[in-house]
Write a protein that binds this ligand. Structure first.
Ligand SMILES: NC(=O)c1ccc[n+]([C@@H]2O[C@H](COP(=O)([O-])OP(=O)(O)OC[C@H]3O[C@@H](n4cnc5c(N)ncnc54)[C@H](O)[C@@H]3O)[C@@H](O)[C@H]2O)c1
Length: 249
């Protein structure tokens, strides 16, 4: 059994990971969450400094605000980490790169293997359809804080060429679409777990590739697979590309 320390344990995703751990031959040995509500057989601490259990890997579904404490703990205990929270800024990215010199860190804004396939197909379509206009649409539940989603930005990176111009919505625009624009549009409502579509609009034809998450378990399963993968890696930064390579080898 892979022993996991679960950060953000009391959140929606933390609870999903806890519920699915056993299916993926893993065990949550303790949680960390500012809410510190114990809801399963493992203890949940309000901070890393109180953790007494020995884990093999940390899975983090908290918030970027918790990054610094998490990285300090992981470095001090030489623990690999899966960073699943979204919304990191440039300073956070630099701190992650620095820590990755000492510990293995897996990071992905979307841990679903299905979304990874969407990204791979979208990247290939962008190469094969260089003159098509690209528009990205994402839909999420009404509780989501950040917009556009981290996944929409990841898809933008996958399909954009140097000189591309991201355009977030077109409210108030009074000019035609520029050739190098890539539109990114966020819809918020209800309980939608997450939908992403990349559309390629060309002369007389439209190609769309899309992914629809039916519930959040896909991210939890991806995080558990990433945890198993990163637990046996050398220090460095890892992504879904590395997990996919490992699965195909
Ligand atoms: N990478 C992916 O595939 C993926 C998928 C879904 C969600 N997410 C991201 O995961 C994060 C959590 O999502 P959620 O829906 O579970 O949110 P949530 O608000 O339900 O849960 C977040 C939990 O983290 C706790 N928390 C907040 N700040 C903390 C800190 N400083 N230290 C410890 N715990 C802290 C909160 O108390 C809460 O219980 C978000 O950033 C979300 O965007 C990523």
């Amino acid at each position: 059994m892979l022993k996991i320390l679960l950060s953000g344990a009391c959140g929606r995703m933390g609870r999903q990971v806890a519920a699915l751990a056993e299916d993926e031959q893993a065990e949550i040995i303790a949680g960390v969450d500012v809410r510190a509500e114990s809801y399963a057989s493992f203890p949940v601490y309000p901070s890393f400094s109180l953790v007494q259990e020995d884990a093999q890997v940390i899975v983090d579904f908290s918030r970027p605000e918790g990054l610094s404490a998490l990285l300090s703990y992981a470095r001090a205990h030489r623990l690999p980490v899966v960073l699943a929270a979204t919304g990191y800024n440039e300073e956070d990215a630099a701190a992650i790169a620095q820590a990755a010199k000492e510990i293995p860190i897996f990071r992905s804004a979307n841990l679903s293997l299905g979304v990874y396939v969407l990204k791979t197909l979208a990247r290939q379509a962008a190469r094969l359809l260089p003159d098509f206009d690209i528009e990205i649409i994402e839909k999420h539940h009404n509780q989501k804080i950040d917009a556009p989603s981290g996944t929409a930005l990841m898809l933008y990176d996958a399909v954009s060429q140097p000189g591309a111009l991201p355009v977030f919505g077109r409210n108030g625009r009074t000019q035609k679409r520029e050739k190098n624009e890539i539109g990114i549009h966020a819809i918020r409502g209800g309980t939608v777990p997450g939908e992403h579509e990349v559309g390629f609009y060309g002369p007389s034809e439209v190609v769309t590739v899309s992914h629809s998450a039916q519930d959040r378990s896909i991210f939890a399963r991806g995080a558990l697979r990433a945890a198993r993968f990163v637990a046996s890696q050398q220090p460095g930064e890892y992504s879904m590309d590395d997990l996919a390579k490992d699965m195909l080898s």
